[in-house]
Design a protein around this ligand. Structure first.
Ligand SMILES: [Zn+2]
Length: 120
């Protein structure tokens, strides 16, 4: 989580890394991660893409840098953040009372009263 630095900081993309939900998918599936890595040219990456921190979606120049990163605060913060399930559309819908329940129906389908509609 970035510190509160005003609205402008949210629009900056230079240091943008993957979002938490994307990293979640990366950790779950190797293919998802490979798909992301394929979008980068290996010669443009620091250390030719050899040292990559999955959790932070960051490349490092050397093993020393990578090791130092994994001991650091930003990495640990990120790992802690990743332990929680990412916020999803499903959760957002559940919060306002929408949920998908495809279980067995307990009530009979609503009967359409044709006369009530015709009377008006
Ligand atoms: Zn990291």
């Amino acid at each position: 989580m970035p510190a509160i630095r005003g609205a402008k900081s949210k629009k900056k993309t230079r240091r943008y890394t993957r979002d938490v939900d994307q990293v979640h998918a990366d950790l779950r599936s190797e293919r998802h991660l490979a798909q992301f890595k394929d979008t980068k040219a290996i010669e443009d990456l620091p250390g030719l893409g050899e040292y990559y921190c999955k959790e932070c979606a960051k490349w490092f120049e050397s093993e020393t840098n990578f090791g130092a990163h994994q001991k650091g605060k930003p990495h640990k913060r990120r790992v802690r953040q990743l332990r929680e399930e990412p916020y999803s559309q499903k959760e957002a819908e559940a919060a306002v009372g929408l949920s998908t329940d495809n279980g067995k129906r307990t009530t009979a389908p609503m009967e359409v009263d044709e006369e009530a509609g015709a009377g008006q």
